[in-house]
Structures are given as C-alpha cells and as structure tokens.
Design a protein around this ligand. Structure first.
Ligand SMILES: [Zn+2]
Length: 271
C-alpha cells in the first residue's frame, strides 16, 4: 500500500462512527491515510467536525449545509457557518443540489447552495459539492456565479461523461468512491475513465457508500442496529480499485492523487 493516502471526502463526525473513533483513527493511520477532508453537513455537525480537526492532524475540516438538511437550518445558520470557517483553516461543504430526495424545494436548495458557493469564492476556499439529478442546473449555476479560484470538488461524481470537460474547465475535481465498485455501477466507472489525470481524487464518504462486501477490508457495524458501515480505512481498497480501473501502477496513481489533493486542499493543511 502506498505510504500516503488522501480521502477527499468523508464524514468522520457522523454519530454512527463516534463509538469507534479511537480504533478508526488507529486503523486509518496504519493504512497510511495522511489527510482526510471531514465534511459537516448541517449546523449540529459543525462543532463535532471542529473538535475532530483540533484533535487529529489528519483532519481537514469542511463546513456546509447539505441539500438534505436545508429545511432544518436555524435563523443563525449563516453566522454560525462563518464562525466555524473563521475558527480553523477549512473548506466549505458538503453543499449542493439533490433532485432525488422527497419533498425537496429546488429554489430553497439553490438559494442555500449559491450563498455558500459565493462565500467559497469570496474566501477562495475549496468547496465540496454533492449533486444528484441536477447536473444541467449545477453547470448553469457554476457558469453564472463566482467560483473559488482554487477549484471545487464534485464528490462521487455521477454525472454524464460529456459534462466532465466543461466542468473541469470551470475548476472541477472529481472524486471516486468505493461504492462505484459495485457491479451495477458500470456507467459511473466508465465515466471516471474520462476524468483528466490532474483532476482525479479518491474518497470513502464513510460511513456511507458501502463497498462491495468482498472488497471491504475493514468491516464495521453500527452499535445497536448492527447495520454495516463504511470504515474510513477502506480508502486503500478504493485506491487499488481505481489503479485497476485505469490500468495504472498503484504507486504512480497514489503520487498523482497526492499532487491533486495538495493542489486543492493542501493550502488548508499548511496554514
Ligand atoms: Zn458525503
């Protein structure tokens, strides 16, 4: 396994992982995970992400309102977000558009997303974007609005292959999750063959987006329910899978992902 791995997107603060934090951190360190971008998705998450960032040198914190939770936001959410961004070098995310969830209000989602995108542009911070079934609209917004000069991440990119070039032109990086190793995810895997080599990143999205059972090297189950969880140390498996998919030696892929990660998120770790 290469010595320095980078998880472009996970949710280490997720309460399902909390009982296992100590063991998880020791596993990710043994796997050689050098950095992981830990994404808060709503106001309740942000203090926990901040605490993790202060306790673990591997954690690059990211604060944002995810489209799934926009309905829950308080009147103070914008000030709270700014307070967290001011507290520690951090990215913005997870934010985005999701047309798949039930009872969503597309206009409200867009307002919240665009406000956070403008903030990222103003502060030149990398922004982690979630998008489901809204790719055309996302491209329109990214073209029309100011964007961070440092670039932005389309996490678990599942959009059309034809959109990769125009999105890359605007500054996009594309991260590949272990979830796309499932047999049925043929289209998503094919799409990733077209991602420019200097825009490719790898992610776990732990504790979600489970890998196929036979690939998961670090099995984990939620306390109480026993439901399977994705362990952040499965990152190494995702690297191996991507090396196979792109027919590239693992070490070379890992060096390139490191360069890409450092270009997008490195300034936050150095500050
Ligand atoms: Zn996520």
């Amino acid at each position: 396994m290469p010595s320095r791995l980078y998880d472009a997107h996970n949710h280490l603060q997720d309460e399902r992982l909390t009982p296992y934090h100590e063991a998880i951190l020791s596993d990710v360190r043994r796997q050689g995970v050098a950095r992981m971008v830990v994404n808060g998705s709503c106001e309740d998450d942000w203090p926990n992400v901040l605490a993790l960032a202060r306790a673990c040198p591997e954690v690059i914190p990211s604060f944002g309102y995810h489209p799934w939770y926009v309905k829950e936001r308080s009147g103070d959410w914008q000030a709270a977000l700014v307070r967290h961004l001011d507290a520690v070098p951090s990215a913005i995310g997870e934010v985005g558009l999701d047309r798949l969830i039930k009872d969503h209000d597309p206009e409200e989602q867009e307002r919240v997303f665009v406000w956070q995108l403008r903030l990222a542009a103003e502060r030149d911070l990398p922004v982690g974007i979630h998008c489901l079934q809204a790719w055309g609209r996302l491209l329109e917004i990214l073209r029309a609005e100011p964007r961070p000069r440092c670039g932005f991440l389309l996490h678990s990119y599942g959009g059309p292959t034809e959109m990769i070039a125009p999105l890359a032109e605007l500054g996009a990086y594309f991260s590949f999750p272990g979830y796309f190793a499932h047999e049925r995810k043929t289209r998503q895997r094919e799409t990733f063959r077209s991602v420019p080599p200097d825009r490719l990143l790898i992610e776990t999205d732990a504790p979600d987006q489970l890998l196929p059972n036979e690939l998961a090297r670090f099995p984990l189950a939620a306390a109480g329910s026993g439901k399977p969880l994705n362990h952040p140390a499965n990152l190494g498996v995702v690297y191996e899978f991507m090396a196979g998919l792109r027919s590239e030696p693992l070490e070379r892929l890992a060096r390139r992902v490191e360069e890409n990660f450092q270009r997008l998120f490195g300034p936050l770790a150095a500050r």
